[in-house]
Design a binder for this molecule. Structure first.
Ligand code: COA
Length: 390
């Protein structure tokens, strides 16, 4: 049985429950950095960056902002649109390459800050493909019946792992977060298909040597000329890889969803470089107008770029009910992933954000702070009491 057959069977087997996107939100840091700002301390220019990448500016986190704080803001917005309570969530997944810690996961921090105390939480590492991987995990869990609602977030502070002396990488990336709420429903549609792929042989083309066995990584980093905790990239090779896999995997995801590429109303690709997107559109034989692009304003925000672009596409009314949209990510690993969604929000009421629910959510956010503090305080008291008793 081929992989496509297996995926098609898996899709058919769980068709009674469908995973629909019912909420979305995004957040970026307060401070934007333009190409001119960059060229004040890096040997580059606005003309070079814009011509080669389509990027004009990116947002850079300040001291008080982090992957988790951006993820939390995007998550709050997504819950607002979905009009559900944090306690309704069964799962929080954060796709990121710039997690707050190795553990606790960034997802656990967000889960705690939201007061989503009925939810499991974990981070997912698949670089810039991470959001599509996370959507696939959450949608499959919903369709299999193990959960009803999931908060899927892509969040990054790429500025913290950039080598600001390397002009071939530091000009490309930015910080931000995007989130969606996925929920089970009997209405056909939502996530129709997904294709996940990896080629670990290309792991040396795009890397952040860091966590894990530090000693081993230190010698690997030295041997390859990598700097520990800083991104390394073979730009030209990554460019060729990206243009190839975007078109291939969108075609595969369409086939699995039993639609033609021409049926896709909007492709929401990972926002790495405008030239990659234009080349991929040509390869797919579809109009580049059908490729969502906002790389000009945000740069490459890695796992956050697809949900941020999705939010802007919705805001710009580029997605209508019953549209087919394709998400496609690619990046370090190497990894790539595509997903086809039939858009449609099966909600009893089209009235987003009822006042009562909004108030209940805000009460829960307040409770979250006190709940965390009181649990820590209780643990400390209990351990002190145990010490005194022994
Ligand atoms: N400003 C000015 N000049 C720069 C520069 C910068 N920021 N970065 C590189 N250059 C110079 C190079 O030193 C080189 O100079 P030389 O000809 O004198 O040696 C010249 O520009 C061309 O460099 P090159 O690397 O061949 O440029 P390119 O056209 O391949 O563009 C990238 C470089 C990084 C923009 C391009 O390869 C790319 O976008 N790759 C994909 C990266 C990506 O999307 N990664 C993330 C995937 S998730």
């Amino acid at each position: 049985m081929t992989t496509s057959d297996k995926s098609a069977n898996a899709n058919a087997a769980v068709s009674a429950r469908h995973a629909h996107v019912i909420g979305w939100g995004m957040a970026v840091p307060e401070t934007a950095m333009t190409n001119d700002d960059l060229s004040a301390f890096v040997d580059t220019s606005d003309d070079w960056i814009y011509a080669r990448t389509g990027i004009k500016q990116r947002f850079i986190a300040n001291e008080g902002e982090s992957t988790a704080t951006l993820a939390y803001l995007a998550a709050q917005q997504a819950l607002e649109v979905a009009d559900i309570l944090p306690t309704d969530l069964d799962l929080v997944v954060v796709a990121t390459s710039t997690a707050e810690n190795i553990f606790p996961s960034t997802a656990s921090l967000v889960q705690d800050w939201l007061n989503a105390h009925e939810a499991g939480a974990f981070d997912l590492s698949a670089a810039c493909s991470g959001f599509v991987y996370a959507m696939n995990m959450a949608a499959d869990s919903i369709r299999a019946g193990s959960i009803d609602s999931a908060l899927v977030i892509g969040a990054e502070t790429m500025s913290r792992i950039l080598d600001w002396q390397d002009r071939s990488t530091c000009i490309l990336f930015g910080d931000g977060a995007g989130a969606v709420v996925l929920q089970a429903n009997e209405t056909p549609g939502g996530v129709l298909s997904s294709v996940l792929r990896s080629d670990g042989a290309g792991g040396d083309l795009l890397a952040i040597p860091s966590v894990g066995s530090i000693d081993a990584n230190q010698s690997r980093a030295g041997a390859n000329g990598y700097k520990l905790y800083k991104m390394y990239m073979a730009g030209g090779e990554v460019f060729k890889f990206a243009t190839r896999v975007v078109s291939e995997s969108v075609e595969q995801a369409c086939k699995l969803a039993d639609i033609n590429v021409e049926d896709i109303n909007l492709v929401i690709p990972h926002q790495a470089n405008l030239r990659i997107l234009q080349a991929a559109a040509r390869k797919l034989g579809i109009d580049s107008d059908k490729f969502m692009s906002n790389v000009e304003r945000y740069g490459n925000t890695s796992a956050a770029s697809i949900p941020i672009a999705l939010c802007e596409a919705i805001e710009e009314r580029r997605i209508q009910n019953k549209d087919h949209i394709a998400l496609v990510g690619f990046g370090g690993g190497l990894t790539w992933a595509s997903m086809v969604i039939r858009w449609g929000i099966p909600k009893p009421s089209e009235q987003h954000g009822s006042l009562l629910n909004r108030q209940r959510r805000h009460v829960q956010y307040r409770i979250a702070k006190w709940r965390s503090r009181s649990r820590r305080w209780r643990r400390r008291v209990n351990s002190r009491v145990r010490d005194l008793q022994s």
